[in-house]
Design a binder for this molecule. Structure first.
Ligand code: AMP
Length: 492
């Protein structure tokens, strides 16, 4: 699909082509091949693309081109010409890094702005002309309130990961920012999913947009080897520690539902002799940056993260992802495992599933259109736990509920193709094997409703759905985090 188009064919200016060549990209990704010409034409754009598709270059490159073509004679300080809004500090830093990378041979300037760090360096930076501002909405509004930034010169607006911004409760902040922008401008909206809320936002922001969509959003699932280990919640920490030590994984991203759960797991892994760090919203920006940098340069083998903290992390060729708990929303599973298997590389995703999570597992399998292999763990015996029959019964109960759900909008294969496996209606049929059939003994003895075996919602703390963790309403943001090496943030 990409083979026939080159970056030069897209009409990008020479300084950009040079920067692209230096990054080593040989051809545009599908989202780039589609989005770049549309943005260069100057119209609005609605793009369905998620992290890992190359979407950042898809909007950054044509924006740099357009801004270079129409440089005003006089640039005012603190009055950006392009505003890119993103949901999280990490994504903001990464997008800003991309702007720098692709724009390094141009005279354009950029700055990054997010909360949680001292505002003064940002105020100083805004005393100079800035062409491109990459910001989280909360800190941006703080600056607007203090009149340290002037948004009246914005020619191009990008809402990146718009679905995440809405999930995180930014809609009011976004609307406040929109009210400060000039009416005449180009608008680009990127989102992995298109809920009614996103469509309504798009209607309000975009003017007769072109639409681009990269291959169905769940294709990441095809590149990634996925397995499930059926295991009681209270044995998961031991098991994951065992798996990581035995397999010698050197770079694994582990998702937990809660911040507390992330901390406890990281502590346990460290106690077991592994290098591990937790990254979540309660950590200081410096701690998050340090953990991420350590993970990227190989000093930290295991990064334990909540969904929000991990969102938008761009870590090239991440070989392993572990779902310590399944997310409540199947699409989050797809996001999580999409961190491996990028740019054509293959990856592996392992999920630890407690009997109370079987329902979530079935929901995920409906969305990805296939059954994930249940696999026993070699050489590990759980101290005590559920019998394999508990899991079989749970699976059977869920399967039997299937027919009632099949008409539901989320049911079925979202890959859009006709080649998805048929889900067997009963355990033992089709490619999947039950724990018993495979000789798997996930646990013995414990009842799932007893002892430490807790539901994943209640097990570690806040019990919130994964998309809206406590305190996620406004991730604070800044200029580049103090002392954060830019290169480390991008992992290029
Ligand atoms: P993104 O979806 O923007 O987060 O990008 C995901 C990853 O793809 C980043 O590591 C980029 O450096 C990389 N990337 C972007 N464009 C290309 C390309 N044309 N060829 C290869 N890798 C790319």
């Amino acid at each position: 699909m990409t083979a026939t188009v080159s970056f030069a064919d897209l009409g990008l200016a020479d300084p950009l082509l040079r920067a692209i060549a230096e990054t080593g990209y040989t051809a545009p990704t599908p989202i780039q091949a589609q989005a770049i010409p549309q943005v260069l034409k100057g119209g609005d754009l609605l793009a369905a693309a998620q992290t890992g598709t190359g979407k950042t270059a898809g909007f950054t490159l044509p924006i740099l081109h357009l801004l270079m073509q129409n440089t005003p004679a006089l640039k005012k300080p603190g009055r950006p010409r392009c505003l890119i809004m993103t949901p999280t500090r990490e994504l903001t830093a990464q997008v800003a890094e991309s702007v720098q990378t692709y724009g390094k041979h141009t005279p354009l300037t950029s700055m990054v702005m997010f909360g949680g760090v001292n505002i003064n360096p940002q105020i100083s930076a805004l005393r100079k002309p800035v062409d491109i501002l990459v910001a989280t909405p909360g800190r941006l509004l703080d600056h607007c309130g203090q009149k340290t930034v002037d948004l009246s010169g914005v020619e191009i607006l990008v809402l990146d990961e718009a679905d995440r911004m809405l999930d995180m409760g930014f809609i009011r902040d976004i609307r406040k920012v929109l009210a400060l922008l000039p009416k005449q401008r180009q608008n680009l909206l990127f989102s992995a999913t298109f809920s009614d809320e996103i469509r309504s936002l798009a209607r309000g922001v975009l003017n007769n947009p072109g639409e681009v969509s990269v291959t169905p959003r769940n294709t990441a699932t095809e590149l990634v080897t996925q397995t499930v280990h059926l295991i009681e919640q209270h044995n998961k920490r031991d098991l994951i520690s065992h798996i990581i030590r035995e397999s010698g994984w050197h770079q694994v991203l582990v998702f937990t539902r809660t911040k507390h759960g992330a901390n406890r797991l990281a502590e346990k892994l460290v106690k077991d002799g592994l290098t591990a760090a937790a990254i979540h919203g309660n950590k200081s920006q410096a701690a998050r940056t340090r953990a991420l940098a350590g993970f990227k340069d190989g000093k930290v083998a295991v990064l334990v993260a909540t969904d929000i903290a991990a969102r938008g992390l761009d870590i090239d060729q991440l070989p392993q992802v572990v779902n310590f708990e399944l997310p409540n929303v199947p699409e989050d599973y797809v996001h999580r495992i999409g961190r491996t298997g990028r740019a054509g590389a293959t990856g592996a995703a392992v999920s630890l599933v407690d009997s109370s999570e079987i329902k979530l597992l079935k929901g995920i399998e409906r969305v990805i259109g296939k059954t994930i292999e249940r696999r026993p763990v070699e050489g590990w015996t759980p101290p005590a736990g559920n019998s394999a029959a508990t899991y079989e019964r749970g699976e059977r109960d869920e399967d039997n509920r299937q027919p009632r759900r099949q008409g539901a909008p989320r049911g079925g294969n979202r890959n859009g193709g006709g080649n998805a496996e048929h889900r067997p209606s009963r355990p033992g049929q089709g490619p999947r094997q039950t724990p018993a059939a495979r000789g798997d003994r996930p646990a013995n003895g414990h009842r799932p409703d007893r002892g430490q075996a807790q539901s994943p919602r209640s097990a570690e703390g806040n019990g919130r759905p994964s998309g809206r963790p406590a305190g996620a309403g406004r991730p604070a943001g800044s200029n580049r985090p103090a002392g954060a090496p830019r290169a480390a943030l991008l992992g290029k």
